[in-house]
Design a protein around this ligand. Structure first.
Ligand SMILES: *Cc1c(COP(=O)(O)O)cnc(C)c1O
Length: 397
C-alpha cells in the first residue's frame, strides 16, 4: 500500500469546535443539549426603549445564530452570515461591486457563479477579467487601478486546479491603498481541509449545500470574514435582499457539521484510493486529484491544505459511444450534478455544469466531452472501485 500524501498537519481541536461552539446548553432555559428549531418570526420586547436580543426573524434567529457562531469558529473567523443558498452568498458578495469597478475572477469557477458574475458585471457596467490564477504573473498583470475584488475557487471544479492563496494575497496586499477584496469559495474542501482566512483572504464563501450539510437535503450558503466593515455589508445583503435561510435548514446544517471531520476524512481516503486505482487503469487517459504526485500542483496542495475531499476528475479513453456505455454500466455512482453528499455521484461537465459555455470555451479550458467528474461518497471504497472497474470494461464492449 502506497504512503498517504503528506498534507499540512491538522491542528488539534477541529471536531471539538464543530460539536461545542455556539451549542452551549446554558443559553436555553431548558438546558437542552440540541438547540431548538425556533420557528417564530417575531419576538416579544421588554419595553419600548429596551429591546431584546432578537426582534424579527429575518434580522436574526436563535437557530441561525447557533450555526453562524459555529461556522465562524471553524474557519477561525469572527463573523459569519448565512444565506438561503451558496448562490445567495455569491450575490451578496457581488453587491459590493459598483459601476466602474473592476473584478478579476478565475477561469474555472462553479458554472453558476461564472454566469451570475458575468450577468451582474454586464448589467452594472463593472469591468470583468478572467484569468488563470495558477499563473500568478497573469493575475498580477490583470490588476487595474479600479480593481475592487478578486474572486477565486481552489481547488477548482471540475479541473481540480490548485491556486496559491497566500501568494495571491501577498500580491493583492502590494496594492495597499486599493483595498482589493479577496474572496475564496472554499466549498470543495470545507474549513476542515482548508482555512483561507489564515492565508490572507478577506471573505471565505460556502455553498453549505455540499459537504457542510453533507446529506444532499439542504440548499444554503455562508460567508465568513474577520473584517467588521465587510461583515456589515454582508449582513445588510442578507437582511435586505431577504435571502435568509429557514430555521429548519439551519438546524439541519448544524447537525451536519457535527460529523464534518469524520465525513471529510472518509471522503478523502476513499477519493485517494479511487484516484490511485484509476491512474493505474489502461482505459483512463488522465486522473486529476491533488493527492497524486502526477498532479501539477501536488506540492502546493500539500503545503496549503490539510487534505483533499471526494472531488476528482478523469479523462476516459474513447469516444462518445464509450462514454455512454461507461455511464450506463455504473451501479453505485448516480449520474447527477452537485457533490458533497454521502452517496457517490458522477457527472459529465461538458453536458451538465458547463453546457452554457461555447464548445470553443470548453475546449480551451480542458472541459472536453470525455471529462468525468466524480464526487466520491461514503460507500466502501472497494465497492466504488469494483463498480468503476466493471463499467470501464463495459465501455469498450
Ligand atoms: C454549488 C456551488 C455553488 C452554488 O451553491 P448553491 O447552494 O447551489 O446555490 C457555489 N460555489 C460552488 C463551488 C459550488 O459547488
Amino acid at each position: 500500500m502506497a504512503e498517504p500524501p503528506r498534507f499540512r498537519q491538522q491542528p488539534k481541536g477541529f471536531a471539538t469546535k464543530a460539536l461545542h461552539t455556539g451549542q452551549e446548553p446554558e443559553q436555553w432555559k431548558s438546558h437542552c443539549v440540541v438547540g431548538p428549531i425556533t420557528t417564530t418570526t417575531t419576538f416579544q420586547q421588554p419595553l419600548p426603549n429596551e429591546l431584546g436580543e432578537f426582534i424579527y426573524g429575518r434580522y436574526g434567529n436563535p437557530t441561525r445564530n447557533v450555526l453562524e457562531k459555529c461556522l465562524a469558529h471553524l474557519d477561525n473567523g469572527e463573523h459569519c452570515v448565512t444565506f438561503a443558498s451558496g448562490t445567495g452568498a455569491v450575490m451578496a458578495v457581488a453587491t459590493m461591486l459598483n459601476t466602474n469597478d473592476h473584478l478579476i475572477c478565475s477561469s474555472d469557477l462553479y458554472g453558476g457563479t461564472t454566469y451570475l458574475l458575468r450577468k451582474h458585471c454586464d448589467q452594472y457596467e463593472i469591468g470583468l477579467d478572467t484569468v488563470d490564477p495558477t499563473d500568478l504573473d497573469q493575475l498580477q498583470k490583470a490588476i487595474k487601478k479600479n480593481t475592487k475584488m478578486v474572486f477565486i475557487e481552489t481547488p477548482t471544479n471540475p479541473l481540480i486546479k490548485v491556486m496559491d492563496i497566500a501568494a495571491i494575497s501577498k500580491i493583492l496586499k502590494t496594492f495597499d491603498s486599493q483595498n482589493i477584496i479577496f474572496v475564496v469559495d472554499n466549498t470543495l474542501l470545507t474549513p476542515y481541509f482548508q482555512r483561507p482566512l489564515e492565508l490572507g483572504v478577506d471573505i471565505v464563501l460556502y455553498s453549505l449545500t455540499k459537504y457542510m450539510n453533507g446529506h444532499t437535503d439542504v440548499t444554503m450558503g455562508a460567508t465568513i470574514t474577520n473584517c467588521p466593515k465587510l461583515a456589515e455589508k454582508l449582513k445588510f445583503a442578507q437582511v435586505f435582499s431577504g435571502i435568509v435561510p429557514s430555521p429548519y435548514d439551519c438546524y439541519q446544517v448544524n447537525r451536519g457539521i457535527k460529523t464534518l471531520a469524520l465525513r471529510m476524512e472518509a471522503h478523502g481516503k476513499n477519493s485517494l484510493m479511487v484516484a490511485r486505482f484509476l491512474e493505474s487503469h489502461p482505459l483512463v487517459e488522465r486522473v486529476l486529484h491533488p493527492g497524486l504526485p502526477s498532479h501539477p500542483q501536488h506540492e502546493l496542495a500539500l503545503r496549503q491544505s490539510y487534505g483533499h475531499s471526494g472531488i476528482m476528475s478523469f479523462y476516459l479513453k474513447g469516444n462518445k459511444d464509450n462514454m455512454a456505455k461507461f455511464m450506463k454500466s455504473l451501479k453505485y455512482f448516480l449520474f447527477a450534478s452537485s457533490f458533497g453528499g454521502p452517496e457517490s455521484l458522477i457527472s459529465t461537465p461538458a453536458t451538465l455544469s458547463h453546457a452554457f459555455l461555447s464548445a470553443e470555451e470548453r475546449e480551451k479550458l480542458g472541459i472536453t466531452d470525455n471529462l468525468i467528474r466524480l464526487s466520491i461518497g461514503l460507500e466502501d471504497a472497494d465497492s466504488l472501485i469494483d463498480d468503476l472497474d466493471q463499467a470501464l470494461k463495459s465501455s469498450q464492449q
